[in-house]
Each structure stands twice: as C-alpha cells, then as structure tokens.
Design a protein around this ligand. Structure first.
Ligand code: FMN
Length: 243
C-alpha cells in the first residue's frame, strides 16, 4: 500500500544479531523518533536506559529467563514508565504531586509503550531488528537496583536491537474480521478455527524450533497460570498504587 505500511507488515521479533554495532547517531535517531509518539496530557512519562555494562547485561539476561540475546544484542534499552519527571515539574512550580492513582499508572504505561513502539519501527526502518523483553519483570526489584531506578519509575520492558542475523518466518496475526467490530462490541469468532489452522501450519513449518501448537492452545496455557504475581506489591512500593 505504501512504504510505512509495508514496513509495519514486515515485523518479526529478532533475537539473533550480527556483531556490527549500532552507531550512537542511530541510537539518538531512534530515541528521538520514540519521543514523537503521542503522549497523554503531554506528560511524556517515560525514560529509556541504554545499558552497556557487560556485567549488568548478563545479570539482566539471567533474571529475564535466561534470555541470552539480552547479553549479546549490540544494543539493549530498558524502557521505564516515569512519573518522577512529572513530580519534578510539580516541585519546580512549588507544588506537590498527588501520586498513586490508577489513571497515572495507565498514563505512564501507555506513554512508554507508545514511545517504545515508535523506537522499534524507527529501528526497523534503519535496517535493524529487535525484540521486546518483558522478562525483566521477572525480577523488577533487581533491575531497579542495577539501573538505580528511583521511586515513581518502573522498568516496563527491555528492548534488544541490532542488525538481524536470522530471517524468521512471520508469526501470523489475527485477521481484521476478528479485531474490528462495527458500531459496538461483538465478539466475532467465526474465523477462529481458520486462524488456529494458520497458526498450526506456521508452528509446524517454521525453520526454527517447529512444534505442534495452535493459538488457542498457546493462549490457554498462558492465561491459566499466575502472571508475575509479585508485580502488584512491587508497583505499590515504587509509588504506583491503584487508587
Ligand atoms: C511487551 C512485550 C514483551 C515481550 N517480552 C518478550 C520476552 O521477554 N522475550 C522474548 O523473546 N520475546 C518477547 N516479546 C516478543 C513477543 O513474544 C512477540 O512479539 C510475539 O510472539 C509476536 O511475534 P513477532 O514479534 O515475531 O511477530 C515481547 C513482546 C512484547 C510486546
């Protein structure tokens, strides 16, 4: 349709990288592009930490899985939801920020996600590839200690980037018929079986670690296990409460 849509539709996560480094000019271009995402109330409630120290990378790679690409990718960024800068803005105006509102948690989490996806797309447009690392939330306390992350900030996910050294088949996405509703919410599962068959074929035929699986099976495994139950207490401690 156009080059931007073609780029978006060419996405796949990359976990194997050529050793070639990513120039600091490209890093800055990616982060600048991230900053042009829309932002709730103009807060820009995010910070990106560029983690270069090898020992720190290894520690994060281990706690995230292990996920070796966190250690081996040429570039590793940690995206944080950040309300501390907003607190500073209030102090600058001799005011005290009210904190702990669920809405503030949503605002900062959405802001960081939008900025990160801009970064991913910008990186892909420069010939790079990458993968998000939600695995850092396995042990967010340690990530905060390692990266000196203060209260009112939490590490939301990491992102590995570099020049791709693999050419994965694309993971098929839900069809438009299942995600686009006319006028009001209508769960539309008529194409679910077809989508399961497409995912089954993808898993059977992919060149890297093929297996027997379907979308519903995969989601049913994931959604019937507790999901990082430590996150509620962790966020509360950081100043992200659910008032
Ligand atoms: C917020 C977020 C966290 C993710 N965390 C991880 C992760 O820790 N490790 C990993 O290998 N992939 C991770 N992924 C990548 C997803 O598994 C991947 O995007 C999804 O399976 C679709 O595959 P694709 O990106 O290749 O199309 C994450 C993606 C998102 C959006």
């Amino acid at each position: 349709m156009n080059q931007v849509i073609d780029l978006l539709k060419n996405h796949r996560s990359i976990r194997k990288f050529k050793p070639e480094t990513v120039s600091i000019e490209k890093v800055h271009a990616i982060i600048e592009a991230a900053g042009w995402a829309a932002t709730s109330n103009f807060i820009q409630a995010y910070t990106v930490i560029h983690v270069k120290n090898k020992k720190t990378r290894k520690q994060i790679a281990d706690l995230a899985g292990p996920q070796p690409w966190v250690e081996t990718s040429p570039l590793f960024l940690v995206f944080c939801a950040d309300l501390k800068r907003a607190q500073t803005a209030c102090l600058y105006e001799n005011k005290e920020m009210v904190s702990g509102y669920t809405e503030q948690f949503i605002i900062s989490t959405v802001d960081v996600a939008l900025a990160a996806q801009n970064a991913m797309i910008a990186a892909e447009s420069l010939g790079l590839g990458g993968v998000y690392i939600g695995g850092i939330r396995n042990d967010p306390e340690t990530v905060c200690k390692l990266l000196k992350i203060p209260d009112h900030v939490y590490p939301t996910f990491g992102m590995c980037l570099g020049y791709p050294d693999e050419n994965q088949e694309q993971k098929p996405r839900l069809p438009v018929s299942m995600v686009l509703n006319d006028e009001y919410y209508q769960e539309s599962n008529t194409d679910l079986e077809k989508y399961n068959a497409i995912c089954k074929a993808y898993y059977q035929n992919r060149s890297n670690s093929s297996r027997e699986d379907t979308w519903t099976h995969q989601i049913s495994v994931m959604m019937t296990s507790p999901a990082r139950p430590h996150m509620k207490a962790f966020l509360k401690k950081r100043g992200f409460e659910f008032k």
